[in-house]
Design a protein around this ligand. Structure first.
Ligand SMILES: [Fe+2]
Length: 252
């Protein structure tokens, strides 16, 4: 009976709620739109197509976050900045008005330590840094990386926290991160089950408990945005308004 009543309640809420206006978030702070430098946009044409879709959804600013992964995507501050300028120039040419900036999504690996110590990072405003792990196994020395970021004045944000299977059903991990000052970013696509039911459950749990600091599209392809548009009535999008999200903090 319990399951049946939950189902009915959710169905009812989904029918009653209007589509969520993603423009409420204003800033998308995690996406892969810079062309040709990671597994996201393969060309300027794709980038422009996605930018127009972001605008249609109401976003005012995008912060591009290409992967930085020594073996696959050895992106440097120079490469990222040059690509950002190319996209900005194309937008001026095509008369597309949207605020653009860039940071990165750093993989936790040995080479990152040198980048932190050598100040070779592209941070968000106020020295926030987005980092990610392997989805298969938790890397060693995580604590050391976080410590190193913090003592060097950076504010670490863990990317799509809900997607790491080794963090499922471990509320103490979240408490531990928050105590250290690590912020949590959740992917909007996780909310609608794009990465499977376990990830979706974790995303909902984080939202219900107010453990989400940032949400983002993590957009690699235009269909990621199309899925969000199609699923915009999901009640958990509306719950985002009850959180103290920091997305708008990057509006500078
Ligand atoms: Fe990403």
């Amino acid at each position: 009976m319990g399951l049946f009543s939950i189902f009915r309640k959710n169905k009812k809420e989904e029918v009653l709620l209007p589509p969520f206006d993603f423009g409420y978030l204003e800033v998308d702070m995690h996406n892969h739109l810079l062309p040709g430098i990671d597994d996201g946009s393969p060309s300027m044409e794709h980038t422009i197509g996605m930018l127009l879709k972001f605008k249609e959804m109401g976003y005012k600013k995008l912060i591009f976050t290409p992967h930085v992964m020594q073996d696959c995507y050895p992106n440097t501050p120079e490469i990222i900045t040059a690509k950002l300028e190319e996209v900005k120039a194309e937008c001026i040419k095509l008369d597309i008005e949207i605020e653009l900036s860039a940071s990165a999504e750093y993989n936790i690996e040995d080479s990152l330590m040198d980048k932190i110590k050598g100040n070779q990072l592209v941070p968000f405003p106020d020295k926030y840094i987005l980092f990610e792990y392997s989805f298969f196994s938790k890397p060693n020395q995580t604590e050391q990386f976080i410590f190193e970021l913090i003592v060097n004045g950076f504010k670490p944000i863990i990317a799509h926290f809900e997607r790491y299977p080794y963090y499922f059903n471990q509320p103490e991990i979240v408490a531990n991160y928050r105590e250290k000052g690590v912020l949590i970013q959740v992917n909007l696509l996780s909310i609608v089950g794009h990465y499977g039911p376990d990830v979706q459950r974790q995303a909902h749990w984080l939202i219900d408990n107010g453990y989400v600091d940032f949400v983002a599209t993590d957009c690699h392809r235009i269909d990621h945005l199309e899925i969000l548009q199609r699923t915009a009535t999901h009640p958990y999008f509306h719950k985002l308004k009850d959180l103290n999200l920091l997305n708008q903090h990057f509006w500078k």
